[in-house]
Design a protein around this ligand. Structure first.
Ligand code: PLP
Length: 395
């Protein structure tokens, strides 16, 4: 006999999600999730798959035919984007300037790739010159780099890296988990070969799918593999036959997650990509101005700060956990702490998708001011919200 009182129904009231992801999910997406399950080869579902593919390609700003959501979180997209292109002995250069670059490097080794790393500083970009210098000495087949490094809040310019990759005949794999739909990810225009993302950041969908896109150069390389892709589940050739006209059964698509992604993409394109980017920039500018006016120091390199994720240094003597707890208890608001070498040193404040609003900017600034004052940190009352308001009024 199972004592059911031990297992109550889930009754979470939700939170204001302003951490490094997940972000708040639009009510329309939640509604789509609860639509009835239908067969994954049902005509109606196949049509939703087709439309999802089309909207995804528009979100990646690409005409790549090979554009699908992988079943699995952003890490599944990362693994798909590497495991399909690396054969044992292939030379791979990974640019590491935070946690997610490190993970790419780990996957390369697991695939038997010959790994080279450019180790950057956390909080800074990797200068394209450094990549070119490395390639001159040590040519590689593949380069991996993170666009918006969620562990630091740095936005890495991709176009110059793509130009270098092309010049040296390497395929470029880009992590756009945090950046997609919050800042331009111009796959075709900037010349990215393989790009992956995740649903729970600026797409404002629950975690569970990882959109990927691959261009003709990548397709050619996939077709010329000597060995089978090491992962059966993430083998792009098989996945693509399921998502293309052949409809060759590979695995049962997570039907309701595809509904959710489809609805979130509809919301994105109703708003318009450019308007969405502007919204992220505006609220990010207001937040950054507010934090600075409160006497806090932004962590990411000036000029390369991601709009959807602001990293800010924790002042000396302020207790990281107590501040985050204060925000959670009194405001139901979640922000993120630092990871790895910056654990306890920074906060990461997300403004992603549906969470990216003026209300949330004002709320986090108000809550932070209160929490910092309670810790004895000297903040001029109202300075943060006034500075943010000025940004809004000037726009
Ligand atoms: N890459 C980046 C830049 C991320 O921010 C994340 C998650 O936060 C991932 C990859 C991994 O995604 P997931 O946690 O959805 O597997």
């Amino acid at each position: 006999m199972v004592h059911m009182e031990r297992y109550p129904e889930i009754r979470t009231k939700g939170r204001i999600l302003m951490g490094p992801g997940p972000s708040n999910v639009h009510p329309r997406v939640l509604r789509a999730l609860s639509a009835p399950v239908i067969g994954h080869l049902d005509k109606e579902f196949l049509e939703i798959m087709n439309l999802t593919k089309e909207l995804l390609a528009k979100t990646f700003m690409t005409s790549n035919e090979l554009t699908i959501p992988i079943s699995g979180t952003g890490s599944a997209g990362m693994e798909t984007s590497l495991v399909n292109f690396i054969e044992p002995g292939d030379k791979v250069l990974i640019c590491v300037k935070g946690l997610f670059g490190q993970r790419m490097a780990d996957i390369v080794e697991r695939c038997g790739g010959e790994l080279a790393v450019i180790q950057g500083e956390w909080g800074k970009i990797i200068e394209p010159d450094e990549i070119e210098k490395a390639l001159k000495v040590h040519p590689v087949d593949i380069i991996g780099i993170v666009h918006a490094e969620t562990s630091t809040g740095v936005l890495q310019p991709i176009k110059p890296v793509a130009e270098i990759a092309k010049k040296y005949g390497a395929l470029l794999v880009v992590d756009a988990v945090t950046s997609l739909a919050g800042t331009p990810v111009r796959v075709d225009e900037d010349g990215m070969d393989i790009v992956y993302s995740g649903t729970q950041k600026c797409l404002s969908c629950p975690p569970g799918l990882s959109p990927v896109t691959m261009n003709k150069r990548a397709e050619k390389r996939l077709a010329s593999r000597k060995n089978k892709v090491q992962s059966w589940y993430l083998d792009m050739t098989m996945l693509h036959s399921y998502w293309s006209k052949e409809r060759f059964y590979h695995h049962t698509a997570p039907i309701n997650m595809i509904y959710a992604l489809y609805e979130s993409l509809r919301i994105i394109h109703e708003e318009g990509l450019e308007a969405r980017f502007e919204r992220h920039t505006l609220h990010s500018n207001a937040l950054k101005a507010g934090l600075t006016a409160m006497g806090l120091k932004l962590f990411a390199q000036a000029g390369y700060q991601a709009p959807m994720l602001t990293s800010v240094e924790i002042p000396k003597g302020v207790n990281d956990a107590s501040v985050r707890n204060h925000l959670l208890t009194d405001y139901g608001l979640e922000i993120g702490g630092g990871l790895g070498p910056v654990k306890g040193q920074i906060w990461r404040i997300g403004l992603m998708g549906h969470s990216c609003t003026r209300r949330n900017v004002m709320l986090v600034l108000t809550g932070l001011e209160e929490a910092l004052l309670s810790q004895g940190f000297n903040v001029q009352r109202g300075a943060g919200v006034s500075a943010a308001r000025e940004v809004y009024e000037a726009t």
